[in-house]
Design a protein around this ligand. Structure first.
Ligand SMILES: [Zn+2]
Length: 196
């Protein structure tokens, strides 16, 4: 969450929370991990079969993530679609900000049961996830207060968010005030008109 991976020149003195350097010739990949949530693991085996990775879902920007896949995985599920989308067993990397933003783009109410959403809507949602993540990458990552890109610059995707952190502010599409609710202890933002 608050850690970072950045590229520094080899020999750059380590700061207080810098725990690991990986050297590539004239470049050094440095792990800074103030809260110690991170880990560096060495394996000789198949990375995809590592116990920490084997149960993970598909990468969101890969061709493996399709509307049909989410539709199939969600049948019979009663959990809200936002929590379904954020579950790394189904798809990895769709964090809280991106889930709210993607659901807005797809016009889906975040509390709807995952198992009740149509294939057509899941196709819209997958397209929205990909657009949202690509926009965030272009903008240098989202900002969770102390997030920094590999070059140390703060991300600014959050400043351009469609709904995230905009409670009470007018929807960028229809001017209806954005609502904030809590789902699974995480804040969700949505437009009650565009996402009904
Ligand atoms: Zn709206």
């Amino acid at each position: 969450m608050s850690g970072s991976l950045r590229i520094v020149a080899p020999g750059t003195p380590a700061g207080k929370h810098d725990h690991f350097d990986l050297l590539f010739g004239d470049k050094c990949l440095r792990l800074r991990d103030p809260r110690r949530f991170g880990a560096v693991l060495w394996t000789r085996g198949d990375v995809d079969r590592h116990p920490l990775l084997a149960h993970l879902g598909v990468e969101p920007l890969s061709s493996a993530l399709t509307g049909a896949r989410l539709h199939r995985l969600s049948r019979g599920l009663r959990i809200p679609v936002k929590q379904f989308l954020m579950d790394a067993k189904r798809v990895v990397g769709v964090g809280n900000i991106y889930a709210s933003e993607s659901l807005f783009r797809a016009g889906i109410e975040p509390r709807r049961r995952a198992g009740k959403i149509s294939l057509e809507k899941y196709e819209k949602l997958v397209a929205a996830v990909k657009v949202t993540l690509r926009a965030a990458i272009r903008a240098g990552g989202s900002s969770l207060r102390d997030f920094v890109g590999s070059d140390g610059e703060s991300g600014y995707f959050q400043n351009h968010a469609l709904v995230y952190d905009r409670a009470g502010m007018p929807c960028r599409r229809c001017r209806t005030p954005i609502r904030r609710i809590v789902q699974g202890a995480r804040a969700t933002y949505f437009c009650p008109r565009c996402q009904s």
